[in-house]
Design a binder for this molecule. Structure first.
Ligand code: NAD
Length: 760
C-alpha cells in the first residue's frame, strides 16, 4: 500500500488573469497510522510522485501549474522522521549516515528546483523532517489551529536537522531566528511561524474541536485533502505565484529560489556577536552535557557563509558524528520510554474505564501537595472539592488553587479571566461528608498512618460505592492503610511529586487488594491531568523514594564522614543530576528526610544506615530551606528564584573529623547503591522491568536524560565492570553488595535492556 497519493485540482480563475494548467496535490497518508512519519517507504513514495508530476509537466499541455503537499491525517502534517528506523541504524558507519542525509537533501531539493512552484499546506503537527520537507517548498500555508505546531525538535534527541533544515531555515527567517528554532527545539504556533516568516499565509479554522491528534491512536478521519481549506489556500497561492510570473515585482518564487541558493548576507561582526550570545545561552542550558545544540549552532553559522549546496554538505557531515553518539542513544531511549507510557495508558483494557470517568474529585488536606493536586485537576476542567481540618488552611488553599490553576506560563502571571472561569470549579468543603458526590477522593493530609486510616474510613462511609479512594502518602504502605476499609479494592496510592505543577510523574500504587479496574481508572485520570503514570506494586518507598533514598542517604553518610558538602553535590551535578543530594535534602526539609530515612531503615535495616549528621542538623534547628538553614545557609529568594545555597561553618562542624581517605569515586558511591536497589525492586516485583525504573527516575527525580535512565547508563558501563567497581566498596556494608540480578547479567555478559520487551 502506498504512503502517498496524487490528486489533481484546477487552478481557480481570478478575473483578469487566467492561470493555465492543473495543480498536483501530493497527499501524505501513511497507511495504518494516525500520523505521517518520514521513513524509507514514505521517502521512496515521495520520490516516485515527484517523478510522476515531472512527467506530467513534460507531457501535459498546458504544463503543471504547481505542486501542493498536504496530509490526509487529522491534526498532523508530518510528525517527523520514523525513529524506529533510526534505532535500527544507530551502528551504521559515518559515511553511510552522511549518504542518507545527502539523499534526503537531494530529494527535498527537487521541491526548490522543479519547473513549477511548490507549496506545503500545513494543518497540525509539522516537526523535524516534516518541517524540513516544508521549508524546501517555495511557499508554506498553515492553518491557525492550536494543533498546528512547527518545530525542529532534533536537538532533544541529541541530533540536528539533516535534510537541509539548517540550510533553508536561516535563509527564510533570518539567521538569529533560525538559531533559536534549531538549537532550542521548541514548538512555534502557526501565528508565531507567520510572524517569523516561516509560513507565508495563514488559514483561519473553526474554534478548536476535540478532533483526534497523532497521540490518540485513533484511525485518521476520512477526508479529501484536496478539498480542505488549507489545500485550497495553497492552490490559490500557486495561482498567485503563477500570476506574478509575468510581472517584475513583487519577487516571484523563481527570484526567491535564486536568493535562497546563495550565502546569507551577514557581516563578520554580526556573525561573531550572534555566535557568542547563542553559545552562552546554549552553554547555560546544556552545561556541556548535550553536544547537539552547539554542533547545530556551528553548522548554522558556518553554513550561512556558503552557498546552499555547500551548506547542505556541511550539514550532512556534521550530522553524522551526532547520530549514534551516547547522548543520541540515551535521548532516543527516553523518547521511547515516554512513548511506551503514552501508548500503554491510551486504550481501556477492562472495557469499564470509559463507563466510569472521573469528573469530580475531592482533595483532603489543603497543604503543599493538596493544593497542587487540586490545581492540576482544575487546570484540566475537573471540578474539585477541597477540604482541610483547619479553616485558615482551607481558605488560603482555595485561593492558592485558583491562582495556580489560572497561572499563565507565557505571561508568568495569573490570568484574570481564567481565574474567574476556574474559580467556578473549586469549592471549599467544611467536612469529608460534604464530598459525597465525588468520583475520586485524594487524601493529602499529614504523614501519619492513624490519621490517614481514620480519614479514609470516614470518607468511605460518605462516598458512593463506585468512588475511588487514593492516598498521596510518600512512605506508608498502601496495603496497611487499607486495613479497616470495606472496599479495599477501590483504594490505591496516587503519589504526586512536589511541586505538582512541574513534576510530570505520578506513581499509581497497587495495594495487595487494589482491583485492576481501580488502577486503570486512576491511570486514565493521571493521563487526563497531562501527567505520566507509572504503576508500581506496594512496598517500602514504592519505587521512586525507594531508589532516591540510598542515593540521598549515601550523600548524608559521606557528609557525616567529613567530605565537604560542596564536593558531594558537585560530584552528583557533574554526573548530570539537576541538583546535589545535600541541596535536595534542604529543599525537601531535613526533618522530613530524617523521618523518611527512619521509615526506610525500619523496612530495609540491612542497607539503610542512619546518617548521624541528619539528627545533629535537626537538633541544631537546621531544617533546610524552609527555615533558611540546613546543610547550607539560604538568604531570601530574589526575583522569584530559589535562594542560592551558601557555605555554613555552623553546619560543617557537625560532621565528623575526616579519618581516612574516602573509598571509591564519589559518583559511584552515590549512584551504585541506587542501581543495586533498583535491581532489588525489580526482583521484588515492584515494577515490571528496567524501562519502568528508567522512566520513573527521569521524570520523577530528573535523572539526567542524556544518560538515558539508570539502567541505560548501567548498560553503557556493563554489568561486569560494575561488579568490579563495587568490589572495593563491599566493606562499607550490604548496600554495596552486588545483587543476584547484577551477578547474573555480569556472568552472562547481558545488558539490562536485553529483554524481549525492551526492544518493542
Ligand atoms: P502539609 O503539612 O503541607 O499539608 C497537610 C494539610 O493537611 C494541612 O493543611 C493540615 O491542616 C491538613 N490536615 C491534617 N490532618 C487533617 C485531617 N485529619 N483532615 C483534614 N485535613 C487535615 O503536607 P504536605 O507536604 O502537603 O503533605 C501531604 C501528604 O503528601 C503527606 O502524606 C506527604 O507525605 C505527602 N507528600 C508530600 C510531598 C512533599 O514534598 N511535601 C511529596 C509527595 C507526597
Amino acid at each position: 500500500m502506498k504512503a502517498t497519493r496524487l490528486e489533481w485540482t484546477d487552478v481557480p480563475g481570478d478575473g483578469a488573469r487566467r492561470v493555465e494548467g492543473r495543480v498536483a496535490v501530493l497527499v501524505l497518508d501513511l497507511p495504518g497510522k494516525s500520523a505521517n512519519l518520514l521513513g524509507s517507504a514514505m521517502l521512496a513514495d515521495i520520490a516516485e510522485r515527484l517523478d510522476q508530476v515531472d512527467a506530467a509537466h513534460q507531457s501535459a499541455d498546458p504544463p503543471v501549474a504547481g505542486l501542493v503537499i498536504a496530509s490526509a491525517k487529522a491534526g498532523v502534517f508530518v510528525a517527523g522522521a520514523d525513529l524506529t528506523e533510526f534505532i535500527a541504524g544507530l551502528d551504521r558507519p559515518a559515511d553511510e549516515v552522511v549518504a542518507t542525509c545527502r539523499r534526503g537533501q537531494t530529494l527535498f531539493a527537487r521541491l526548490a528546483s522543479c519547473d513549477y512552484p511548490t507549496v506545503a499546506a500545513i494543518d497540525g503537527v509539522c516537526v523535524g523532517g516534516g518541517l524540513e520537507l516544508a521549508v524546501w517548498c517555495d511557499r508554506r500555508v498553515a492553518t491557525d489551529s492550536p494543533k498546528t505546531q512547527l518545530a525542529f525538535p532534533e536537538v532533544k534527541l541529541g541530533l540536528m536537522p539533516g535534510w537541509g533544515g539548517t540550510v533553508r531555515t536561516p535563509r527564510l527567517v533570518g539567521l538569529g531566528n533560525a538559531v533559536e528554532l534549531v538549537t532550542g527545539g521548541e514548538n512555534v504556533s502557526a501565528n508565531e511561524a507567520y510572524r517569523l516568516g516561516l509560513v507565508d499565509d495563514l488559514v483561519a479554522v473553526e474554534a478548536p474541536t476535540d478532533s483526534p491528534t497523532a497521540d490518540d491512536g485513533l484511525p485518521p478521519l476520512p477526508m479529501d485533502a484536496a478539498e480542505s481549506a488549507v489545500v485550497q489556500a495553497a492552490v490559490r497561492l500557486v495561482a498567485a505565484e503563477r500570476g506574478r510570473d509575468t510581472e517584475d515585482s513583487p519577487p516571484s518564487w523563481r527570484a526567491d529560489r535564486e536568493r535562497l541558493a546563495g550565502p546569507i548576507r551577514q557581516s563578520d561582526t554580526e556573525l561573531m556577536f550572534l555566535g557568542a550570545t547563542a553559545s552562552a545561552v546554549i552553554h547555560q542550558k546544556t552545561k556541556g552535557d548535550y553536544p547537539a545544540p552547539m554542533a547545530a549552532l556551528e553548522v548554522l553559522l558556518e553554513g550561512a557563509t556558503r552557498d546552499s549546496e555547500a551548506a547542505c554538505e556541511l550539514e550532512a557531515a556534521s550530522f553524522a558524528p551526532l547520530f549514534g553518539s551516547p547522548e543520541n542513544r540515551a535521548l532516543l531511549n527516553v523518547f521511547f520510554l515516554t512513548d511506551r507510557a503514552k501508548r500503554e495508558s491510551r486504550g481501556p483494557k477492562s472495557g469499564r474505564r470509559s463507563d466510569a470517568p472521573i469528573d469530580r474529585v475531592g482533595v483532603v488536606g489543603a497543604g503543599i501537595m493538596g493544593r497542587g493536586i487540586a490545581a492540576a485537576n482544575v487546570r484540566r476542567g475537573v471540578a474539585v472539592g477541597l477540604c482541610d481540618s483547619r479553616a485558615d488552611a482551607l481558605r488560603d488553599g482555595v485561593e492558592a488553587v485558583v491562582r495556580e490553576a489560572a497561572y499563565n506560563r507565557a505571561t508568568k502571571g495569573v490570568d484574570a479571566d481564567l481565574a474567574i472561569e476556574r474559580s467556578a470549579l473549586v469549592a471549599a468543603a467544611s467536612g469529608v461528608d460534604r464530598l459525597d458526590g465525588v468520583d475520586l477522593l485524594v487524601e493529602a493530609i499529614v504523614e501519619n498512618a492513624d490519621a490517614k486510616r481514620s480519614l479514609l474510613a470516614e470518607a468511605e462511609r460518605a462516598l458512593g460505592p463506585d468512588a475511588i479512594l487514593a492516598s498521596n502518602t510518600s512512605t506508608i504502605p498502601i496495603t496497611s492503610l487499607a486495613h479497616g476499609l470495606e472496599r479495599p479494592e477501590r483504594f490505591a496510592g496516587l503519589h504526586f511529586f512536589n511541586p505538582v505543577r512541574k513534576m510530570p510523574l505520578v506513581e499509581v500504587i497497587r495495594g495487595a487488594q487494589t482491583s485492576a479496574e481501580t488502577v486503570e481508572r486512576l491511570v486514565a485520570h493521571v493521563r487526563r491531568l497531562g501527567k505520566t503514570p507509572v504503576v508500581v506494586n506496594d512496598g517500602p518507598g514504592f519505587l521512586v523514594n525507594r531508589l532516591l533514598l540510598p542515593y540521598m542517604n549515601e550523600a548524608a553518610l559521606l557528609a557525616t564522614a567529613g567530605v565537604p558538602f560542596r564536593e558531594i553535590d558537585r560530584a552528583a551535578k557533574s554526573f548530570g543530576m539537576p541538583m546535589g543530594p545535600l541541596e535536595l535534602h534542604d529543599v525537601v526539609g531535613l526533618d522530613t528526610c530524617l523521618h523518611a530515612g527512619r521509615v526506610m531503615h525500619g523496612a530495609l535495616p540491612d542497607r539503610v544506615v542512619p546518617a548521624a549528621i541528619l539528627d545533629r542538623l535537626v537538633e541544631a534547628g537546621r531544617l533546610g530551606q524552609k527555615n533558611g538553614k540546613g546543610f547550607y545557609n539560604y538568604g531570601p529568594s530574589t526575583k522569584g528564584k530559589p535562594p542560592r545555597p551558601q557555605h555554613s561553618a555552623e553546619a560543617a562542624v557537625l560532621a565528623d573529623e575526616p579519618s581516612s581517605a574516602i573509598e571509591g569515586e564519589l559518583a559511584d558511591r552515590l549512584l551504585l547503591p541506587m542501581l543495586l536497589e533498583a535491581t532489588r525492586a525489580i526482583e521484588d516485583g515492584i515494577v515490571r522491568d528496567v524501562r519502568d525504573v528508567d522512566l520513573a527516575l527521569v521524570l520523577g527525580i530528573g535523572f539526567p536524560p542524556f544518560r538515558g535512565g539508570l539502567f541505560h547508563w548501567a548498560d553503557t558501563l556493563g554489568a561486569a565492570a560494575i561488579v568490579e567497581r563495587l568490589e572495593p566498596l563491599c566493606s562499607l556494608g550490604a548496600r554495596f553488595e552486588p545483587t543476584e540480578t547484577l551477578h547474573r547479567h555480569a556472568r552472562e555478559g547481558r545488558a539490562f535492556y536485553d529483554t524481549p520487551e525492551a526492544h518493542r
